[in-house]
Structures are given as structure tokens and as C-alpha cells.
Design a binder for this molecule. Structure first.
Ligand SMILES: C[S@@+](CC[C@H](N)C(=O)[O-])C[C@H]1O[C@@H](n2cnc3c(N)ncnc32)[C@H](O)[C@@H]1O
Length: 505
């Protein structure tokens, strides 16, 4: 995912607000003088007092429909239709996945569905809510947005329509998720080849018209093989426009979320977990430090180069007494089919330990909570991280698979693996240590993963009431943690358990 510096403030001195005069944007210029939009936009005047006038553009275009108009089909049945259509889309993708790859696959599938007349609201560009779609809905392909009528462009990030002779924006797709510290304010930078000048004009007009615009955020993971997810954030209106540099086509549009919509909690997993993971902070104004959310471990190169690495038991590890991997972990290897989070986990700010994790649902003992995911690193690297741990509360001690030193060894040349979740990780990276933990860790082999290096799965060790912090025993040995120079390191434990030994290590 492209990471940009958060820039939610509309008072950034670098980006002065600009206003345009009607003279610079008129249909005559666009239609008859063959003046390019670029040239027109370059005439945008900064710092004029004239309010932005509506930009007119005559073009043959289908007429706009309001999504809020009562429709013959009820919203419920439309929703069912949306779900069925998306189900069909994904089933077809699965079917044709061997014949078509990359972008060709969803394009092919969308072509088939169009031929079959399966597009919802086909031919209509809706302004406002699209019946059958709800805030928080996720889409796996750009083309799915088109099929359900949420965003009718296959190439452009800004969709638009002619309404009363004005070209106005109907929806925007953005990859700049990091601009959204607060989901009520959305700063759209509108950069890149997929933002047409018509799109920008439409957004400018929407500033004047104040029509609702659908905002769709694209989470694109480059690591961890998690693919793309598009999430519908709801309806917004253009509140202000900022011009970055005089004479250039660089604009920022500040969009505000419209009231009276389903409340929306930012999901720190970016839609990658089946159940969204929200962040709450009732302690201070601190934000969760940046990391990339992944749902699969990232393995070092040596794992793939070394054919001896990875589990190769002919009997698929069915006998833990014979299996070498299981023997290495004291016969403790478990097999699981799926590592999907089933409980509504929440990341929250604790009083003394930085961020922690709790569940909004009560968790019965023995249930799977989550995997501890990150980058698999070797011991030497892990030492460097121990060196860094004093710098800030939310630094990450690498967690050894199983938490005990004897378990996983001889995988890479230099020995054991540790999991470092500092740059890449999942919700597991926020689970704190307790001397009386309510979770326990197990090494498991994951059925479909190659190579089969054990992964760390976390389970409930007892019945856990809702909103109680989930904790783990980090299993550090007191007076045995040293930095890379061999100096002994200590850390105070703030777990507050009656059995607390007051030292983490
Ligand atoms: C895996 S992270 C856990 C999430 C972390 N609290 C955060 O804010 O991101 C481990 C770090 O959390 C802190 N921590 C976890 N449990 C703790 C405890 N019982 N007492 C003090 N600090 C703790 C330590 O700084 C430790 O290095």
C-alpha cells in the first residue's frame, strides 16, 4: 500500500485554499474551442475572493439517478441481490482462475456477468446511497464496485455524472488510507494517472453543489500476499479544495462524512480479518504506531532456498510421537485447518503497558483467539530488537515460537526462528504479558502452508469475560535477557496480577 504522510488538516500552510472564477471554466471553452482541460485548470487563480462557480460541461452522458429515491425493489431484496451477485462473481473468479490471471480475471468475469444481465442498477449512475450496499461492505476486485453500481468507472478513480448540466462527482476510490486518522474527514489528493481531469472538475463542482459522494478506500497489501480489498466508507461531501502549487494540477479535496449514516469504526486490519478490529483510546490522544497488517507470516529467503527446511513428513504429521517436527516441540504440534479470528477483538490503550487487546465478546475456554504473526527472523536479528526495546513502550520483543527456547531449531543455518511483529504483524502484536495469563500459545502446522514451519496460535486458557484484557506469558527468563553486547537487560512488569513477579525479564 502506498504510504503517504497523514495530512488531515485543512490548514496546512503548504496548501492554500483556492477559488476559481466562472470565466475560467465554461462549456464553450471545453466544447468548442477545443481547449484542453489541463490548460483550463492551469488558469485556476489562487487567493481570489470569488466563490467557486458551477462548472458546466455538455457531454452525452446518461442521466443521474438519486439512490435515495424510493425504489420498487426494497433495500432488503436489493441487498440479497448484491450478495448473490458478489458470490457469483467470486465463484466465477475461482472457476476461471486457471485460465486468466491478474487484472484479466476480474475483467473477464465482469464481462460475463454483464452479458448475462447481472449488473445491478445497470446503466445508472446513482448519486448518494446505492440501495443494497451498506457502510463497511468489502469488495475484492475493482470490477465488483462496477457490478453492484457503487463506482461505475473501470479505469478512473473518480466517477461522475451530468446533473442539471453540471458534471458532479458520484464516488471516489482512494488508496490513501493513511490520510484518514479520523474517518469523518477524508482528504483526497487526487493524484496519479487514474484521476482524470473530468474527475477533478466533477469534484470541484461537487464542492459547489454539496452533493453526496461515495467514498471507497482501497487497501492494497504488497506484502504477506493478502491482495486487495475495497471498503465502502459511506457518503461524504466536498467541504473545501486546496491547491498545492500555482498553475499545476495538484489539488487536495477535503471531504466530510455526512451525518445519519451507520457509524463506522476504522478497521486496523484494513478489511483483511473477517471481523473488523477497532482501536480505542480512553487514556490519551496517542495513536497506534504505523505497521503493516498482514495475515500470514513473512518467511526469510533461506526457508525457500533450503530444501531441508519445511515440514515433509510423509504421513502429514499424523503421529506426533514419530514426527520429527513434533518431537522438536516436545510432541506439542497441533494441526489446525483455519486461523480465522472469531471474536470481536479490540486494541485499547492500557494505563501502563501501552496498547493491549481485549474482546467485545465473552470467550469460552479453549477457543482459538488469533495467530501471532510477523516476520520470521533469526536469533541475531532478534538480539538487535531486544536492544531497541527500551526506546519506546510499543517496541516489540520478538516472540519465539512456543515461547520456550528448546522448541524450534535448525531451520535456517544459524538456528532458531523468532517472530518479529514490529513492521509487519497482526492483532497478536498488541497482546501484553501477564504473570497470570488467560491465553496460552501452541505451535501448529498449518495445512496449506508451504513450507510448514510451525506457527504460533493463541487460545483461551479459561473462560474470559468480555472486555477483559487478553494476556500471554512471554516466558522470559529473569536475568537471562541480554543485549547484543552481552549486557544484562531488565524490564518491570505492570501486569497487576496477584502472582506478579514485577519483572518481565
Ligand atoms: C508485543 S508488545 C505488546 C504491545 C505493546 N503494549 C504496545 O503498546 O504495542 C510487547 C511490549 O509491550 C510492553 N509490555 C507488555 N506486557 C507488559 C507488562 N506486563 N508490563 C510492562 N510492559 C509490558 C513491553 O514494552 C513489551 O516490550
Amino acid at each position: 500500500m502506498t504510504k503517504t504522510k497523514p495530512s488531515s488538516s485543512t490548514t496546512n500552510p503548504k496548501h492554500k485554499p483556492f477559488q476559481v472564477s466562472n470565466r475560467n471554466f465554461n462549456e464553450r471553452a471545453l466544447l468548442f474551442k477545443n481547449v484542453s482541460t489541463r490548460r483550463l485548470l492551469s488558469k485556476v487563480q489562487s487567493n481570489t475572493e470569488t466563490p467557486i462557480k458551477k462548472l458546466h460541461l455538455k457531454r452525452r452522458c446518461e442521466d443521474a439517478t438519486s439512490g435515495n429515491m424510493p425504489s420498487l425493489t426494497s433495500d432488503d431484496s436489493r441487498r440479497k441481490k448484491v450478495k448473490t451477485t458478489l458470490g457469483n462473481f467470486r465463484a466465477l473468479c475461482g472457476k476461471l482462475g486457471n485460465e486468466f490471471t491478474g487484472d484479466a480475471l476480474p475483467i473477464k468475469v465482469s464481462g460475463i456477468l454483464r452479458q448475462r444481465g447481472k449488473f445491478i442498477h445497470d446503466g445508472k449512475k446513482i448519486i448518494g446511497k446505492v440501495s443494497g450496499i451498506e457502510v463497511g461492505d468489502k469488495f475484492l476486485y475493482w470490477q465488483e464496485l462496477n457490478v453492484v453500481g457503487l463506482h461505475r468507472q473501470n479505469l478512473s478513480l473518480i466517477d461522475h455524472v451530468l446533473k442539471n448540466q453540471n458534471l458532479i462527482a458520484t464516488s471516489v476510490v482512494s488508496c490513501h488510507f493513511d490520510d484518514m486518522d479520523d474517518t469523518n474527514v477524508f482528504v483526497y489528493t487526487g493524484e496519479g494517472s487514474k484521476v482524470s481531469n473530468f474527475g477533478k472538475l466533477a469534484l470541484m463542482n461537487s464542492y459547489h453543489v454539496k452533493n453526496p459522494i461515495r467514498v471507497i478506500i482501497n487497501f492494497n497489501s504488497k506484502n504477506g500476499g493478502d491482495g486487495e480489498v475495497y471498503c465502502y466508507y459511506g457518503l461524504y461531501k466536498v467541504e473545501s479544495i486546496w491547491k498545492k502549487k500555482k498553475g499545476k494540477l495538484d489539488f487536495k479535496f477535503c471531504l466530510l462524512r455526512l451525518p445519519d449514516q451507520k457509524s463506522f469504526v476504522k478497521d486496523i486490519s484494513n478489511g483483511k480479518e473477517a471481523i473488523p478490529i477497532c482501536v480505542v483510546n480512553h487514556i490519551d490522544s496517542g495513536k497506534v504506531p504505523y505497521f503493516q497488517y498482514i495475515t500470514r507470516n513473512i518467511y526469510p529467503e533461506c526457508v525457500f532456498n533450503d530444501s531441508s527446511v519445511g515440514h515433509k513428513c510423509a504421513d502429514q504429521c499424523s503421529d506426533s510421537l514419530k514426527c520429527s517436527c513434533a518431537l522438536k516441540s516436545g510432541g506439542k504440534i497441533t494441526r489446525v485447518k483455519k486461523n480465522e479470528i472469531k471474536f470481536k477483538l479490540q486494541i485499547f490503550k492500557t494505563k501502563a503497558k501501552g496498547w493491549g487487546v481485549r474482546s467485545e465478546n465473552a470467550i469460552p475456554s479453549g477457543n482459538f483467539i488469533c495467530e501471532y504473526i510477523g516476520e520470521i527472523i533469526e536469533d541475531e536479528e532478534a538480539l538487535k530488537i531486544v536492544d531497541d526495546d527500551d526506546k519506546e513502550m510499543s517496541s516489540y520483543q520478538p516472540v519465539e515460537a512456543s515461547g520456550s527456547k528448546e522448541v524450534i531449531d535448525d531451520r535456517c543455518d544459524s538456528g532458531r526462528f523468532n517472530i518479529d511483529a514490529a513492521k509487519y504483524g497482526n492483532v497478536g502484536r498488541f497482546i501484553n504479558h501477564s504473570c497470570s495469563p488467560n491465553l496460552f500459545a501452541r505451535n501448529v502446522l498449518y495445512d496449506d502452508d508451504v513450507p510448514r514451519i510451525p506457527q504460533i496460535m493463541l487460545y483461551a486458557a479459561e473462560n474470559i469475560p468480555s472486555m477483559k484484557e487478553l494476556t500471554l506469558d512471554y516466558n522470559y527468563k529473569i536475568n537471562q535477557v541480554t543485549d547484543s553486547n552481552g549486557n544484562l537487560k531488565t524490564k518491570v512488569c505492570y501486569c497487576e496480577a496477584s502472582a506478579c513477579i514485577h519483572r518481565l525479564y
